[in-house]
Ligand binder design. Structure first.
Ligand SMILES: [Zn+2]
Ligand SMILES: [Zn+2]
Length: 182
């Protein structure tokens, strides 16, 4: 057993997370099925102007995430061995935590870099203009690859629906072309 190989499989799990994030957000959270996470996500769309509690969200989803990662490990173990399978499962779990924290950050503070400007603008376009596009929460790569990337000229949000950080950091909103009106 090589711990560096296990680590490599954990990195692989982390690396595929942005695709899983896209798949969940586009096809489950905004899909036609009645998945429990879809209900929670639609509630997030109704309350996107408030700050969420990402650790409460992580605790709530932990049994589902741990169960899925464990199932992946069980299925893969006969093929790649337990240590690599567990490494991959650990990477998937860490990816989920990173995605949840990253998504929450867009709702609790303004963007700070050109990459964040583009990511925040896309996410608020998804929230306030068109929930059928811009599904990425940590990356815009899969929106570009799968034809759902829209970079609007600007995003306009009514003041009562403005993200909680906007009043503290209007300059960041203006720079990211996220305008609040009303
Ligand atoms: Zn959101
Ligand atoms: Zn959404």
């Amino acid at each position: 057993m090589s711990s560096s190989r296990t680590f490599g499989w954990a990195i692989a799990g982390l690396a595929v997370s942005p695709f899983l994030e896209y798949a969940w957000h586009a096809w489950i959270a905004h899909g036609k099925g009645r998945h429990p996470t879809r209900v929670a996500h639609l509630e997030h769309h109704r309350t996107a102007h408030t700050e969420g509690d990402p650790w409460a969200e992580i605790r709530e989803n932990a049994p589902r995430i741990v169960g899925t990662a464990a199932a992946v490990a069980v299925v893969l173990t006969p093929f790649v061995g337990a240590s690599r399978a567990l490494g991959l499962a650990t990477g998937l779990g860490a990816g989920y935590v990173a995605i949840t924290l990253s998504h929450n950050r867009m709702h609790e503070r303004g963007p700070r870099t050109p990459f964040e400007d583009a990511l925040w603008r896309a996410h608020f376009h998804h929230h306030y203009a068109d929930p059928t596009v811009d599904f990425g929460l940590t990356s815009l790569v899969f929106d570009r690859l799968l034809g759902t990337a829209v970079d609007p000229e600007r995003v306009v949000i009514r003041v009562e629906r403005a993200p909680s950080w906007w009043a503290r950091d209007r300059a960041a909103g203006e720079r990211a072309r996220i305008h609040v009106e009303g």
